[in-house]
Design a protein around this ligand. Structure first.
Ligand code: GTP
Length: 718
């Protein structure tokens, strides 16, 4: 280790440790101490020890730290020469200066003998006090310097050991570079990370660990290290690459500082950040991957889609975005459980993957929503082929973990670049709109986005929002339409019909808002409202209407599936003291078709309550009639579409006749809906229909106007 002279000087002049204690050993007769010596020692801060023989002197020399020996030549036993020689030959004492004293004459032979033995000087007795003083003072000063130097070296050694142990223990790699970029030092951590031995490293230049792309090796002066050297400013590099001795690379973060002191070199402290980077990468991957299917998640999809669009833009190719939403997936979860749902989602992911090319981007962007980006298409219409292929693949039964087979379908919306838009979000929105169109057109379909869909979608969104407001703010009301006994002309019932008038749009058709209520689930609170409002109203009419006159209320599929339906109806009946036969529930064929335990239990419970049950829109749904014998139903309602052309179409007439006969044969009443003319009434009379309902007898009216409806009318040509 090199030190500047200034540093060395300060080490020598400023004692680094405790004050120096010097002892002078006088060997000879006690009374022969040279005059003035003891006061001199006192003035120099030194002390004395006395030995009257050479052997005793040896004991003291071994035991104590002596600064100077003044020994008589003539001693009992071992003489001064022998003592001096021993001192010189002993490693512990060889540095101690010895001055020999003699009462005799110092002739040439004696002087030669003294020097040969290792004495530093000789004096004859009587000793001249000034001579002795000057020699002792000089020798003690030299000894003092030696001791201070020894202290300083020991201090440096312990400081060095301290820093070395810190460097050795440090987890960070520490490399020392000289001003030309040559390595001077590397701590064990640096050597371990660089996989290099100390002797291979020291003297090698910075390129050993700091790689550059081939052909672009900057001169030392263009490195960040040299920059630090020149400007003295610490440089931190959050991420760069270092090279191991085996030429493999690894990422590091580092800090370069100029060495303190003469600034002749640099110290680089670095950390291997491979683990941190791997963790970051894992987190990044997690952030873009859907753990269930291993596909991109929504955010992974968006960035991959963005890249695909940029590429297509440059290559002037088309990109098609498909939005795939499974149909009625909720049912799978509800009936088979969430775990089966998850299993199916993973199987669907695999199935979709198998329908596309390996480089097409497949993602799961939500619960049961997938997307496919068909990259670099020559023509967007080939997306149609792939959509068809996906629909077919998804229609194939999937086998679940327990061996059970399930069949599903999907609805697909397709939007293409550049036709629809060149913006990621707009394309996603367009594909979503097209997908909803496919859903509302019956599902298991694909649709390409068309601009007019957007307006429709916006309109629908607006309506949906208005619908929510109306549900909360009591924006709905009921109208009541009379049902007339075709034989007597008496009003035998009223059908409660839900109505909605929007402030700005005006009256909105039930065919528009009822499916929306159903889809949004708002039908549950609305259905409840219809029951309680209708029943309250029916109760209020008690004095005005005959006791047998019933109120019919339509039930939606969601209400039908609602477990709370029966207790709710029961509560409403009780709250309004309504006898159950005054309430008729209108069901649709599709509800009755699902011959599940739930359906059977529900219908049984409704019947047990004493309610009347009728089948609405009969003849428009499924062709199976098996359910008619399964359940105890009270009435069939012939759909308006068979009534409209009843008098002109022999087929419609035949259908109406068949329905009436079927109903009667099964012990049910038959009600004709949408009756608008006297001819229709007459025909229905001829066919034996029981009850008629339609504009001919009265439009649906608010509750307040029901009182004005005559309770008996003339029916047809009686
Ligand atoms: N098993 C499972 N189900 C999920 C997951 N994420 C969402 N879902 C369910 O997927 C269903 C998605 O339903 P929707 O798409 O709204 O409706 P749907 O029943 O598919 O009906 P349509 O889309 O109108 O044909 C909901 O019931 C969600 O609870 C999931 O990670 N695992």
């Amino acid at each position: 280790m090199r030190h500047s002279p200034a540093t060395m000087d300060s080490l020598l002049t400023k004692p680094a440790g405790p004050a120096i204690q010097q002892t002078v050993l006088l060997v000879g007769p006690q009374s022969d101490a040279p005059p003035g010596l003891l006061p001199l020692l006192h003035s120099l801060g030194a002390q004395s020890q006395h030995a009257d023989s050479g052997e005793r002197a040896l004991e003291i020399l071994v035991a104590e730290d002596i600064a100077l020996v003044l020994a008589d030549v003539a001693l009992p036993g071992m003489d001064g020469y022998a003592l001096t020689q021993w001192i010189r030959e002993n490693s512990r004492t060889r540095h101690i200066p010895v001055i020999l004293l003699s009462n005799g004459v110092w002739d040439a032979a004696a002087i030669a003998r003294a020097y040969e033995a290792g004495a530093i000087d000789y004096l004859g007795r009587p000793v001249a006090e000034p001579v002795l003083s000057s020699k002792v003072a000089v020798l003690l000063e030299l000894d003092g310097n030696r001791r201070r130097l020894r202290q300083a070296i020991s201090h440096i050694d312990s400081t060095k050991a301290y820093y070395e142990s810190m460097l050795n223990a440090a987890g960070e790699g520490v490399i020392g570079l000289d001003r030309d970029g040559h390595m001077r030092f590397a701590n064990p951590a640096a050597r371990l990370m660089l996989k290099v031995e100390n002797d291979q490293l020291v003297g090698a230049d910075y390129r050993m660990f700091y790689p550059f792309p081939a052909g672009d090796v900057p001169h030392w002066e263009h490195t960040p290290f040299f920059h630090t050297l020149r400007h003295g400013k610490e440089t931190r590099i959050e991420e760069t690459i270092f090279m191991r001795h085996d030429r493999t690379h690894f990422p590091v973060s580092l800090c370069v500082s100029r060495l303190a002191g003469n600034g002749d070199g640099l110290v680089i402290v670095f950390q291997d950040i491979s683990q941190r980077k791997a963790l970051e990468e894992a987190l990044r991957r997690q952030a873009v991957t859907d753990p269930l299917t291993g596909l991109n998640n929504r955010s992974g999809f968006k960035s991959a889609f963005r890249i695909a669009l940029d590429r297509a833009r440059r290559a002037r190719k088309s990109v098609a975005l498909m939005f795939i939403d499974l149909d009625h997936f909720k049912r799978i979860n509800d009936t088979l459980g969430h775990a089966a749902g998850d299993f199916l989602l993973a199987a669907v992911a695999t199935s979709i993957r198998e329908c596309v090319r390996s480089y097409d981007i497949v993602s799961r962007i939500g619960g049961d929503e997938f997307s496919v980006v068909l990259d670099e298409l020559d023509d967007a219409s080939s997306a149609a082929q792939i959509a068809g292929k996906i629909l077919t693949a998804l229609r194939c039964p999937f086998r679940l973990e327990d061996g059970m087979q399930v069949t599903i379908s999907a609805s697909i919306g397709i939007a293409s670049f550049p036709e629809c838009s060149d913006d990621v979000d707009m394309l996603m929105q367009a594909a979503g709109v097209a997908m909803y169109q496919a859903k509302s057109d019956g599902r298991n379909l694909y649709h390409f986005y068309m601009p007019e869909m957007n307006a429709k979608a916006r309109h629908r969104l607006m309506l949906e929002q208005a619908l929510r407001v109306a549900v909360e703010d009591d924006g709905f009301f009921l109208h009541y339409q009379p049902q007339v006994d075709i034989g007597t002309g008496r009003v035998v019932g009223y059908e409660a019909l839900l109505r909605w008038d929007h402030d700005r749009i005006g009256s909105i058709a039930p065919s528009t808002f009822v499916p929306m209520l159903e889809e949004t689930g708002l039908i549950i609170p609305m259905g409840q409202w219809v029951f309680s409002t209708g029943c309250r109203q029916r109760h209020a009419w008690n004095s005005m209407l005959p006791e047998q006159c019933s109120l019919s209320v339509n039930l939606s599929p969601r209400q039908f599936a609602d477990k709370n339906l029966v207790p709710q109806i029961q509560r409403v009946l009780e709250a309004n003291q309504l006898p159950p036969y005054q309430l008729e529930i209108e069901l649709t064929e599709s509800m009755l078709m699902s011959n599940t335990e739930h359906t059977r239990n529900l219908l049984r419970s409704l019947k047990d309550l004493g309610l009347k049950l009728s089948v609405d829109d009969f003849g428009t749904g499924y062709s199976s009639l098996a359910y008619l014998k399964q359940f105890a139903l009270d009435a069939l309602k012939i759909d308006k579409q068979f009534i409209d052309h009843l008098t002109t179409s022999s087929k419609d007439k035949a259908i109406a006749r068949s329905i009436i006969q079927l109903g009667h044969n099964l012990g049910m009443q038959v009600i004709a809906e949408g009756v608008e003319t006297a001819d229709q009434v007459e025909t229905l009379q001829q066919l034996g229909c029981d009850v008629v309902q339609g504009f001919y007898f009265g439009r649906p009216v608010p509750a307040g106007e029901v009182g004005r409806i005559p309770q008996a009318v003339a029916v047809g040509a009686q």
